[in-house]
Design a protein around this ligand. Sequence first.
Ligand SMILES: NC(=O)c1ccc[n+]([C@@H]2O[C@H](COP(=O)([O-])OP(=O)(O)OC[C@H]3O[C@@H](n4cnc5c(N)ncnc54)[C@H](OP(=O)(O)O)[C@@H]3O)[C@@H](O)[C@H]2O)c1
Length: 470
Amino acid sequence: MTSFAIIGGTGALGAALAGRLASAGHKVWVGSRDAAKAQAFAATLSGDVHGAGIAEAAGHGEIVVLTVPYAAHADTLAQIHPAVQGKIVVDTTVPLKPPKVGTVQLPAAGCAAVEAAQALGPDVKVVSALQTIGAEKLGSGAAIDADVLVAGDDAEAVEAVRAMLTGLGLRSWHVGPLANSAAAEAMTSLLIQINRRYKIAQAGVKITGKPKDAPAAASVSIRALPGLPLFEPGQDLASAIAEAVRASGEPLQPGDVVVVAQKVVSKVEDRAVRIDTVEPGAEAREAAARAEKDPAVVQLIATEAQELMRVAPGVIITRHRTGHVLANSGIDASNVVCGGTESVLLWPQDPDASARRLRVALEAAFGVRLAVIVSDSLGRAWRMGTTGHAIGSAGLKPLRDRRGEADLFGRELQATVIGVADEIASAASLVIGEAAEGTPVAIVRGATYEADETEGVGEILRPLDKDLFR
Ligand SMILES: NC(=O)c1ccc[n+]([C@@H]2O[C@H](COP(=O)([O-])OP(=O)(O)OC[C@H]3O[C@@H](n4cnc5c(N)ncnc54)[C@H](OP(=O)(O)O)[C@@H]3O)[C@@H](O)[C@H]2O)c1
């Protein structure tokens, strides 16, 4: 483990860095104008941490990090000069003179790091780093979603500093000679402006792009579509989705899967039923007594079902007329108000047809090939907790048959049929909010599926003759 001296280690950035380095197992010397203050602070950190005056601390560090205000820069460099000869000095200084910290101020030499190199002489390898990382973020111990720009004239010294940063969980980039530190130092004023203007806690910079020879990693993005209205019967759902997609600034792309919660599909298709309009029959009354439910609701559950498969206190499991096996025929009482009377919402008449209509309209609106899934949260046999399931689909084959493909070791996959429509619906349910969130639509991008023109979700349903529990 390397030993680090943090000069100014009692301050915001220095303390954060000292804490991270100590947690990573390094020996840390905190340097202060007041040795007793440094010792007292060191005692608050766990790990191999010590406190000393500036010159003494600098003497103990194999790598010396400068975290003092620019006002103290020149003076501190003079104090550490003898102790740092032959070593690496990491300069984090931003040459700001308050109060105009939102305006770039660079010294005549070009930047603070070059001033440090000039003051310390040719035997010191000055590396500039960390100007764009907020002390609070660094001190939080959490993952940091920002990059470090590292400038320096000595490649080995730069790599040593980058290795230290990598060990602290920070991604860094060698951005060229020490003189280029000017850009990183100047960036601080821009970040201060952004923090103020957009009320960001601590803005940072992040470099985009990836190496040209990097293997393409599979990735899927799932985003909730903001800005949709509360839907009413008869409303044009596809147009509302298209409008919200345009407003989001991120148009649909070929292959995107638009996942729409059953509830809004049922709503626009006017599938709400007022309970006081339902006259329960004798069978429904009998089942309602066993399930301890409202007989009118049980009548609707039965009407929507091919078969009541299980009736017990609090539970009715049915085979829905579409073939899905689920609780209460998918009848949902939450979020439904109908003329002030209690109402329940039935599934769409034909969820596959609903998906097809949405797909046709959205493909026309965006001129790209899409798939659409109508989803609902359902419980699963033998497992607790609901997950998103596809109850209707268009544009994709709901099962992905991988039998015959080779596994990593070249062996043929034997029984690998993936319920891809359910997987996509389930992923989308991570962002679809059916309750107060009001985000009933998600766009899933990058999912691997087989495009298909004819299928609905039918093939997902296990045929009765393959039901292992009958
Ligand atoms: N804060 C950030 O988020 C951040 C981010 C990137 C870069 N930086 C850079 O890091 C350096 C330190 O910033 P900071 O925010 O950590 O500052 P800070 O909280 O004010 O701490 C600086 C430390 O430097 C020491 N110091 C030495 N001479 C000083 C003087 N004349 N006046 C005041 N303090 C003096 C103090 O320690 P003793 O009293 O123990 O001597 C003080 O604790 C600055 O150059 C800044 O540009 C800061």
